[in-house]
Design a protein around this ligand. Structure first.
Ligand SMILES: [Fe+2]
Ligand SMILES: [Fe+2]
Length: 363
């Protein structure tokens, strides 16, 4: 990407984070855990090439009013929104799209860095094996979101401040389980719910396909985090667990605030304080924001991270009810949704070939 497509010059947004890793070697090459090794097998078998699986020739119409439904624009219903004409509203929708995909993109780069960090820091070889497949998955996710922004949207936003703060905390911490907790469970958990909203609500076929395919990979990543942490957290003292709980609470508040979109209102000079005040008070937006916790809450419960502090924070955020969501069923649906898009694409290609053959026979 060139500077041309960034809302801020990339020179201004360069970021380096010190990370006090301890690199762990192991000389124990014996067979590892069956469940981790079967996840590693699945990780290898389910690799895909973004250049072939996604039809990049699909045109994205940035002027279509369907690009983002009105209700999905965070300032929809405000006096600010009411004052805007049709053209300005469309411009806001384009910026909301760019901002959203930009945050997905930056989060994916965070995941790429964290997955490679896990390869270094996790003690067991089976986990290093699996994490190595995830490194390739995350590189592919960075590839698809950056290509979508570059070729279809045409401009990108820098990383959101709340997301950056959480990435900073996650990467700087030298404890391997904190990388899992911050990245695999919290940041990816929230991203998954966000991808799900795009996959299920957008009428734009390219965005739907790439979100569905990324989600199919992410289901494995979340399974990896759950497997590794569930066992490890059983061994920790109550003081060590309380420390992790505190991290989760702080992270969840940062994640909740990541969707205010301040960067958009600042960039478009749309009364940022008024916009944020509207968003914070909007009932529709509260509901959308709480939906973003549908993956995080049951996962934290599953790994034994639902102590009093976390429960209190979730009750305050009105998301505690999500703890009983059946994660296996939700992830099975993520698999099916991607397979359904594949089936549709293959059927379309077959129809094109049949029509071509029919035309050839007629000639
Ligand atoms: Fe990813
Ligand atoms: Fe991931």
């Amino acid at each position: 990407m060139s500077d041309r497509i960034y809302t801020l010059p990339i020179e201004q947004t360069k970021w380096k984070v010190p990370s006090g890793n301890t690199t762990v070697f192991t000389w124990d090459y014996d067979e590892g855990s069956d469940r981790l090794l079967s996840l590693y097998e699945k990780g290898k078998a389910k690799q895909w090439n973004a250049s072939d699986r996604i039809d990049w020739s699909i045109e994205v119409d940035l002027d279509s009013p369907d690009l983002v439904p009105d209700e999905y624009v965070p300032i929809f219903g405000s006096r600010l929104w009411d004052r805007l004409g049709t053209e300005d509203r469309q411009r806001v929708k384009q910026h909301v799209t760019s901002w959203q995909f930009s945050q997905f993109l930056h989060g994916e780069q965070g995941a790429l860095i964290c997955a490679s960090k896990i390869v270094q820091t996790v003690p067991d070889l089976d986990a290093k094996f699996y994490a190595a497949t995830q490194v390739v998955d995350e590189a592919r996710h960075v590839e698809v979101f950056s290509r979508y922004l570059r070729e279809k949207v045409g401009f990108a936003y820098p990383i959101n401040r709340s997301l950056q703060a959480l990435l900073d905390d996650t990467i700087q911490d030298s404890r391997w389980d904190l990388t899992y907790l911050g990245m695999q469970v919290l940041i990816e958990g929230l991203a998954l719910a966000g991808f799900g909203v795009t996959r299920d609500q957008t009428r734009e076929p390219l965005a739907r396909a790439l979100n569905a395919y990324v989600m199919q990979d992410e289901a494995r990543h979340v399974a990896f985090g759950r497997l590794a942490l569930r066992e490890y957290y059983k061994e920790l003292t109550s003081a060590e667990l309380a420390d992790r709980e505190e991290f989760c609470v702080e992270a969840c508040y940062l994640l909740r605030d990541r969707f205010l979109g301040e960067e958009i209102w600042e960039h478009l000079d749309l009364a940022p304080a008024e916009a944020v005040a509207h968003i914070n008070g909007s009932e529709a937006f509260q509901l959308f924001r709480s939906l973003l916790f549908t993956r995080i809450v049951p996962t934290l419960k599953d790994i034994g991270m639902m102590g009093p502090k976390v429960q209190r924070a979730f009750a305050e955020m009105d998301v505690l009810g999500y703890q009983d969501i059946d994660l296996e069923a939700v992830m099975a649906y993520d698999e099916e949704a991607a397979d359904a898009i594949d089936a549709q694409r293959i059927a379309q290609v077959k129809t094109t070939i049949d029509v071509g053959a029919g035309a050839g026979a007629d000639a």
